[in-house]
Design a protein around this ligand. Structure first.
Ligand code: FAD
Length: 286
């Protein structure tokens, strides 16, 4: 591992909007610990259909005011009427927000109705048509292929549509297979996509949650990892130590192989991300 401090040119941390006073307090602690790493920005998720529209904005504003770190709301278009999207964009702009993560979103199972925009490329087009170059726009990318895609080639073509619509950068779904990332970046470059593709990193801290999320979003947990995690049972300390170890090794290989940065899915917890960044020598020189 690195023994000198190094910089990833893009370091960012993702949160979800807290809903209870205890969750707010937890995020306050988390944002303090992560601000010390000098991230480029924080981002805050947005519930599909607009279910967190006010909470996402409030969380972004609170983060920015408390930390001075640039903070970006996510915006998802599925099930969200155009008139409301327009209103949300205007509010973001009025608040001086300059960065967005633009997504399709996933409707909760059992709900129907896609809204007026069906795919994220249409959302990017809409944002550019409404607001020109005001926002830096990141979109999602899937090294292990989006679960609803017809195939890898179709998914890459759809990713390219988002870039052609005006995306500035991409953040990937999390993965534990480094080759999947590098092969995806190579395929994107061959397809003429030249924006930064920042790997999304999910530190391993809890086997049950990881398994559930991974089943939903199509991220593969390698068999060897699954077996090791199963062996630990309820031994949380061992899971966490193992999780920090493998997440650090993953990030180290990504940065050594030329990944332009790291975006951490924090689940509003800082301990694992801080430990991984410390092991990588990241952040101290920022
Ligand atoms: P799209 O790019 O629209 O792709 C969705 C699927 O449709 C893919 O299978 C694609 O191949 C296919 N597709 C795209 N265009 C077309 C087309 N023209 N014709 C046919 N098929 C097409 N979800 C939230 O609800 N809120 C969040 O805040 C949030 N944050 C996220 C952050 C990151 C970094 C990532 C990676 C994901 C996030 N998600 C979030 C989850 C995301 O919304 C889901 O993965 C969703 O299923 C796809 O969103 P997308 O923007 O990639 O969609």
């Amino acid at each position: 591992m690195q023994d000198t401090a190094r910089a990833a040119s893009h370091l960012s941390f993702e949160f979800f909007p807290p809903r209870t006073p205890a969750a707010v307090a937890r995020l306050e602690q988390t944002r303090g610990a992560l601000t010390a790493l000098g991230p480029e920005y924080f981002s805050v998720t947005f519930g599909a259909g607009g279910s967190t529209r006010d909470l996402t904005l409030e969380t972004v504003i609170a983060l920015r005011e408390a930390t001075g770190v640039d903070s970006a709301p996510h915006l998802s278009c599925i099930g969200f009427p155009l008139a409301e999207l327009r209103e949300v964009l205007a509010r973001y702009r009025d608040q001086g927000i300059r960065r967005l993560v633009a997504l399709r979103g996933d409707m909760p199972s059992g709900t129907t109705g896609f809204g007026e925009l069906r795919y994220a490329n249409e959302l990017v087009e809409f944002i550019r048509a409404e607001t020109g170059d005001h926002f830096h726009i990141s979109v999602a990318a899937y090294p292990e292929v989006h679960p609803q895609a017809a195939g890898a080639r179709a998914d890459l073509a759809h990713f390219k549509c988002k870039v052609e619509a005006g995306a500035d950068a991409a953040i990937t779904q999390y993965f534990y297979n480094v080759d999947a990332y590098f092969r995806f970046v190579d395929a994107a470059r061959d397809a003429g996509i030249d924006i930064d593709i920042i790997p999304g990193i999910m530190p391993v801290t809890n086997f049950t949650n990881l398994k559930r999320f991974s089943d939903m979003c199509g991220a593969e947990i390698p068999r060897w990892m699954m077996k090791r995690l199963q062996d630990f049972g309820d031994d949380r300390a061992s899971i966490q130590a193992f999780g920090i170890d493998i997440t650090t090794a993953l990030c180290d290989r990504l940065l050594a192989g030329g990944a332009p940065g790291l975006h951490f899915y924090t689940m509003n917890q800082h301990e694992a991300a801080v430990a991984v960044c410390a092991a990588l020598g990241l952040g101290r020189s920022r």
